[in-house]
Design a protein around this ligand. Structure first.
Ligand code: MN
Ligand code: MN
Length: 326
């Protein structure tokens, strides 16, 4: 909850003083505050301008800037969830995590370190990627702080590949690597929007072996199955023992949404959900204990009319709203 001291420090700029189209862009027009030490910040939004893990279209390195621009129209009150976000949370733009565009492992180290710093300052992190490879170092920091979280993943892909071109780490492998490193249990993973085509008929065998819960896109459009799936997530999250709720990490790969709504992405797959269905689905996570979140795979060079960046900005606001409602 918001501390009583200096409540005005962490609000988006007043648009009647500084219009939305002006000034230096920050996420949601929030204050830029890279050093969180000693500050009473609840959530830091961080950019990760890295696409060294992409296997097809690059460009996600440009997403943090594009989402900052697109977030200028994010307002403060969520009418559906009925929450005045910045009355509940002190939120800042923590800047970008320093990446090495030529070195994936060095970048992973920086991501893990930076997210850990955010946790040490008593805050949670929302990351704006970047490609989906950034999930792994983020989960390393999450695991250290919260233990094994429940993972809710929106995506066209399961991201459980074993590797490509002899490389173990890229945007198609973070979920498998996280299971191998003991950061996640397969049965705690809930994937939404998965669809094909696949490379081979047995490609999803690993997911079955690991008991990953999948609401593929056909099941997603069966409203009964969709409802049941979200019910499953809620009941799993409430089983923390001693009445405690388990932490939930939310990762949103924009290619979970149809490329007609989110064309600016690295590995598009047609036949996905709409932006509206994506927002509605995220809202179904209301009441869960969200320990962190990210939105990844936005590739502005392939975007049109800011469609995908606007979706990314809207999703960040949904994540904040969920956090504000806890
Ligand atoms: Mn994907
Ligand atoms: Mn992905």
């Amino acid at each position: 909850m918001k501390p009583s001291s200096s409540p005005a420090d962490y609000r988006p700029k007043n648009p009647l003083v500084s219009p939305r189209f002006g000034d230096v862009a920050t996420f949601n027009r929030l204050p830029y505050l890279p050093d969180l030490k000693g500050k009473q910040v609840d959530v830091a939004i961080l950019g990760v301008p890295f696409d060294g893990g992409t296997s097809y279209r690059p460009g996600a390195r440009f997403a943090p800037r594009a989402v900052r621009e697109a977030s200028a129209l994010n307002r403060n009150f969520h009418p559906t969830l009925g929450v005045q976000v910045y009355d509940q949370l002190n939120v800042v733009d923590g800047g970008d995590i320093s990446v090495n565009p030529l070195n994936l492992q060095a970048t992973f180290k920086n991501i893990e370190k930076r997210v850990r710093e955010v946790h040490e300052a008593g805050a949670r992190a929302i990351l704006v990627g970047g490609d989906h490879s950034i999930l792994l170092p983020e989960l390393r920091a999450i695991h250290e702080k919260f233990g094994k979280p429940i993972l809710v993943q929106f995506d066209a892909h399961t991201d459980t590949a074993d590797g490509a071109w002899g490389e173990k780490y890229h945007h198609g492998t973070p979920v498998r690597r996280a299971i191998e490193e003991g950061l996640l249990s397969g049965s705690d993973i809930y994937q939404i929007g998965i669809r094909g085509p696949l490379t081979a008929a047995d490609q999803e065998e690993y997911c079955r072996e690991q008991k990953i819960n999948i609401l593929d896109i056909d099941a997603f459009y069966d409203l009964k199955k969709r409802e049941q799936f979200f019910h499953l997530i809620h009941s799993k999250a409430s089983k923390g023992g001693k009445g405690k709720r388990r932490p939930v990490y939310l990762t949103f790969d924009v290619d979970g949404v149809d490329p007609a709504y989110a064309p600016g992405t690295g590995t598009p797959v047609v036949g996905g959900m709409t932006s509206r269905e994506a927002l509605e689905s995220v809202r179904k996570l209301r009441g869960l204990s969200i320990c962190g979140a990210n939105v990844v795979e936005i590739s502005p060079p392939y975007d049109h009319a800011e469609l995908t960046s606007l979706l990314g900005a809207a999703l960040v606001f949904e994540f904040l709203s969920l956090m504000a409602l806890e």
